[in-house]
Every structure is written in C-alpha cells, then in structure tokens.
Ligand binder design. Structure first.
Ligand SMILES: [Zn+2]
Length: 66
C-alpha cells in the first residue's frame, strides 16, 4: 500500500489559513467573519472582504448612495 494522499482528502484548499481566519473580525462592527467561496463575509453587517492570494482585503468600502 502506498501512503495516503497528504494533499487534502476531498476538501478544497481553503483560500485562507484557518488560524488567520479565527483572528479576523469585521473592522466595522468587530463581528465574526464567515468564509464564503473566495471571500470573507461579516456575520452581522454582511460586508464582503475578498481574499487575494491568501490575504484578506479588509478595506472598508463605503457604499455610495446606500
Ligand atoms: Zn460587519
């Protein structure tokens, strides 16, 4: 028998390290963030922070006309 594959078994690579994700909060309301596809979504205000090359873009973009 060969060694079992070590490159994840079934689960896709997370776009961000889970340890880092656990430390991040929404800069607006300091709420927890939820990983959704390739972005982080605030569980309270719903702002979306895209993850680029494993680094979350936490810049707050004011929504004009909102
Ligand atoms: Zn928020």
């Amino acid at each position: 028998m060969t060694d079992a594959t070590r490159n994840g078994t079934g689960a896709a690579n997370p776009p961000i390290a889970p340890d880092l994700l656990a430390l991040l909060v929404c800069p607006v309301d300091h709420a927890d963030l939820r990983l959704q596809a390739q972005s982080l979504v605030c569980t309270v205000c719903g702002r979306v922070y895209p993850i680029e090359d494993g680094i979350p873009n936490m810049l707050v973009q004011d929504e004009p006309g909102a």
